[in-house]
Structures are given as structure tokens and as C-alpha cells.
Write a protein that binds this ligand. Structure first.
Ligand code: SF4
Length: 363
């Protein structure tokens, strides 16, 4: 197996996939109910196959909040393992097998930048109730920020419900870090273009907006993006339709709105999985999301023609791809020595509050 850079011991790097799989299985069996492996849909197929549960970030955070196992090994990216730690009890310990697995989109909203934006919004609109909503793809301190400011977390599964929740309780919603999920959600709620402001965190004053633009806005959206989902373009959809007139196009809402508008359907990772599973045998489906999931769906649904939408670019999340069988085996066999993911207690409570509000919002 090709290994991305990772300083795990050479003894683990030399093992074959079969040896690693066998060792992981043995360790799981020996641990019984004490240990649970959670795997995100975008994981490599050989890692995904070893999970006790597979899901998107919403499903896995819900599962993490209900688990009783002492040890939770999260094959995903950093913010997901943090969310599992926030939602689990103090008796449970969460591990991320590859500590380099992060999310570039989450990194686009740093707490200092969000605080800077929040202070400016409060100064401009002292009497306006603004509800902060953080996408699940954020660090724990940003989830805590939502918790202490009457806000909540959302995932792509429940973003519409979360925006509705926010607009029922406040005058405006301030959403970070994904511009595209923000725009697509605002479109679903029929919020007009002139009531959407995009906050460019690289700019010094009002994120590049005029005071009037911010005052008129119902939703203020952070200018972040996912490098995987923004590879898809309207031309990809058009080309696919020319080539396969019967094709159904389903995309993730982190794709640009121009792509979502041309698709037959859009929704979270869980939605896409269900869409493919429920399609008639013989259906042709082009999917605008991460390639490891598309490959797995094609493999698991041989009676349907499943394709990645762009056909010529590689929509792969290299961060999800970082976790290898080698990492998982090393993690499971060295739990006493490896540092778990631990969210600082002073922010854990507020972050938990915003996550538990999320779990109560209808999807
Ligand atoms: S697919 Fe995009 S949003 Fe999801 S973890 Fe990878 S970079 Fe982050």
C-alpha cells in the first residue's frame, strides 16, 4: 500500500495489507465491547471495511454520543474525533489513528478570525440578534463559540433545519466556514441573493462588505470551501448529460450553487448513499462527491452504472486518505502510549451544548 508521509514505526510500515488486517481483526476481537472503530464514508475501502460503524459526520457523531465502549477509534479527520470526544463521557477515550488527518476547510475558520468578524458585527449591529452556526467541519473552540452565543452546529444533513432554527431565534444567521453549503442552504430557504453576504476572512473591514450589505443580510456566510467538492463544475454536469441522456446527477451541497442547481438531487453523504441504494437496477448515476465513496458505491451496486461526475479530475480528500491500515494497526496495538484526542475541559461544555442543540434539530 502507498503510504502518505507518516512517522509511524518502520515495523508497521513493512507489513502487508493482509498481515495488518489480520492484526487489526485480532485486536478488535480481543477487546470485545470495550473498543469501537468508527469510519467515515470517505476512508480508503480497506479501512472502511474494518469499521464497526460507517457513516457521515452527522451519523458518526450521533453514534459517538450513544456508545458505551471505553475506547473509540475514529478513522476520519481531526474535527470528527474532537466531536466524538466532546459527545462521549469522561470514561471514554477517543483516538485518531493518523494525527495528520485534518480538514483544510475547517482550517479556513480560525477562532481569532471568527472573533474578529463577530466583534465587527456586534459593533455595527449592537441591537441585532445574530445566531452563529458552525458547520461540523470546525475546531472545538469554534463549536464552543456557538455554544456560548446561543448558536448551534450543523452538518450537511441538517443545515436547512439549523438555518431555520437560527432564523426563528434571531434576526440573522452567521455561518462558517463553508460558503457553498451556506449558499445552497439559503437557496433552499428561498433567501434572496441580496440578503446573503459573504464574509471574506482575509479582508480587514467587514469581510469586504459595505455596512448596508451586512445590515440587509439575513445570512452572513464565511468564504471557506472544500477543495474536493469545488472541483465539480456545470460543464461536468452538461458533459455527463450529453454522453448519458438518462443519467441522474446527485451532488453534495459543498459543491458550488451552479452545480447544485443543475443536478437532479443534492444532499449529504448519507443522502447520496441512500439515493444510489434506492435507484432502480440499471440506473445510471453520476455523483459529485469524494472518489473513495463513489468507488465503494460502484462496487456495492454492480447492477447500476455509478460514475464520478467530473470523469477527468480526481475528487479525492487526501486528508481522509491519510489513514492507512498501518496507522490503524499501530494505533490499536499501542493505545497505552498514544496520546488520545482531548478537547480542553473549559471549552468542552460549551461545545457540547452546541452539538446537543444540533442533535435536536430536525433533519
Ligand atoms: S472532503 Fe472536504 S470538507 Fe470533507 S474532510 Fe475532506 S477537505 Fe474537509
Amino acid at each position: 500500500m502507498a503510504l502518505t508521509f507518516n512517522p509511524i514505526p518502520a515495523s508497521y510500515r513493512r507489513l502487508s495489507d493482509d498481515e495488518l488486517t489480520e492484526r487489526i481483526r485480532r485486536k478488535k476481537q480481543a477487546s470485545g465491547d470495550k473498543l469501537v472503530i468508527l469510519t467515515h464514508h470517505y476512508q480508503r475501502k480497506e479501512v472502511a471495511a474494518l469499521g464497526d460503524y460507517i457513516g457521515d459526520s452527522y451519523a458518526l457523531s450521533k453514534i459517538a454520543s450513544e456508545l458505551e465502549a471505553e475506547i473509540i477509534v475514529f478513522c476520519g479527520v481531526h474535527f470528527m474525533a474532537e466531536a466524538a470526544d466532546i459527545l462521549s463521557t469522561d470514561k471514554q477515550t477517543v483516538y485518531l489513528p493518523n494525527p495528520l488527518a485534518g480538514c483544510p476547510m475547517a482550517d479556513m475558520a480560525a477562532i481569532t478570525n471568527v472573533m474578529h468578524a463577530w466583534d465587527q458585527l456586534k459593533e455595527l449591529l449592537p441591537d441585532t440578534k445574530i445566531i452563529p452556526i458552525a458547520y461540523m467541519n470546525t475546531a472545538a473552540d469554534l463549536k464552543a463559540f456557538c455554544g456560548r452565543n446561543d448558536g448551534l452546529i450543523c452538518t450537511s444533513s441538517n443545515a436547512t433545519g439549523a438555518f431555520r432554527w437560527g432564523l426563528e431565534r434571531g434576526d440573522k444567521v452567521f455561518f462558517y466556514p463553508d460558503e457553498h453549503l451556506g449558499r445552497n442552504t439559503a437557496n433552499k430557504l428561498a433567501i434572496p441573493e441580496n440578503e446573503i453576504a459573504v464574509w471574506d476572512y482575509r479582508l480587514r473591514r467587514l469581510g469586504g462588505n459595505t455596512p448596508e450589505k451586512i445590515k440587509n443580510a439575513k445570512v452572513i456566510i464565511w468564504k471557506g470551501y472544500c477543495h474536493v467538492h469545488t472541483t465539480f463544475t456545470p460543464e461536468h454536469v452538461q458533459r455527463m448529460r450529453e454522453k448519458f441522456p438518462d443519467v441522474k446527477v446527485v451532488v453534495h451541497p459543498e459543491c458550488p450553487q451552479e452545480v447544485v442547481k443543475l443536478a437532479d438531487a443534492d444532499g449529504s453523504t448519507a443522502f447520496i448513499v441512500k439515493y444510489v441504494e434506492e435507484a432502480e437496477p440499471g440506473a445510471t448515476i453520476a455523483i459529485g462527491t469524494e472518489i473513495n465513496l463513489v468507488d465503494r458505491l460502484a462496487h456495492e451496486n454492480p447492477d447500476k452504472k455509478i460514475m464520478e461526475l467530473s470523469g477527468n479530475t480526481c475528487a479525492m480528500c487526501v486528508n481522509m486518505y491519510r489513514t492507512t491500515l498501518n496507522d490503524l494497526a499501530w494505533c490499536l496495538e499501542n493505545l497505552d502510549d498514544i496520546r488520545p484526542i482531548e478537547v480542553r475541559p473549559e471549552i468542552k461544555e460549551e461545545a457540547r451544548l452546541s452539538l446537543s442543540r444540533m442533535l435536536e434539530v430536525p433533519r
